[in-house]
Every structure is written in C-alpha cells, then in structure tokens.
Design a protein around this ligand. Sequence first.
Ligand code: S3P
Length: 172
Amino acid sequence: MNKNIALIGFMGTGKSRVGRELSKRLGMAFIETDSLIVERAGKPIAEIFKQDGEKEFRRLESEVVKEASNIKDAVISCGGGVVLNASSVESLRRSSVLFLLTASSEVILERITRDGESRPLLNVQDRMKKINSLMEFRKTFYLKAADHVINTTDLELDQVVNNIIELLKDKV
Ligand code: S3P
C-alpha cells in the first residue's frame, strides 16, 4: 500500500477493534490517535477534558493526527471528533484512504456501554439524546471526509475487516 488507512466515525462504531484486526491482517502498524494523546499529555482523556478542557484536547488531537499522517504503512484509528478540524482532515486525506464506519445510535449506545471506556462528551444524563444530536451535527463532516462508508450496525468484526480489504483491492 502506498497510502495509510484511516478509520473515522462516531464513538462506538468499532474503529479501534477494526483497526487493530485490519493492521494484523495487512501487516501494517496500528496507531490510535487517542492513545498518542494520552501518551503526550501523560493522563487519561477524561482528565484532559476535566483539567484542561475540550479545546486543549482538540489541540493535542490535531497535533498527533498530523504526526500520524506522516507515518508510513499504518492503520490509523481516529478519535470520533477528528473530522471537526479541517487541517486534520486535509493531512489525513493526503496520506490515507479514509473509511467511515457508521452504526445506528442504538448500537452505538449499546457498544459504548459495554466497552466501559470513559467518554467525557457522553457523560450526561440522556446519552441517547446526546449521541443523536452530536451525530446529526457531525454527519456532513464525516461524509465529506470519507472515501468509503461502511455501516457496521449488523456486521461482525470480520465482516467489516473483509469489506475494507475488498474495497482496498481497487487501490493497490
Ligand atoms: C471523541 C471520541 C473519543 C475521544 C474523545 C472525544 C469525540 O474517541 O477522542 O472522547 O469527540 O467523538 P473514540 O471515537 O475512539 O471513542
């Protein structure tokens, strides 16, 4: 592959699990923007949001996305809000084929409840309402950035990975 593979999409659409598996199958490196941010800040995402605010989180995020884009032969799993920053999208598009993973809000809520990871933006009373409003606001950002869209609502992990590999065949 002469390009990286970037996975974008809302929280709970499976970017990390899919990315990890995909990188194994293709013998590519696996990078998660969230992990790079945590490493750089020296604290968990929830703490960054709490102590430094979302703005600082987004600043760190745009930094690590640029760096990740310069790495070769990598599958990059992006945090759900990466698409909100135009220059991050630009650097990803220059270096990567972008796959947008989507899922219904019901499945998203189920998955994020199950994986138990802390997501400060969904730390609210009515999570379903928040998921729907965030998704609605971000929809055009996601679609505009993506080369391919995969709806993961009814798919198993392997099916998503196979779909991506199929779609990549045209590009190699
Ligand atoms: C965010 C998504 C999270 C993480 C942060 C903000 C978002 O990553 O970057 O909590 O704005 O959608 P995941 O999409 O991996 O959950």
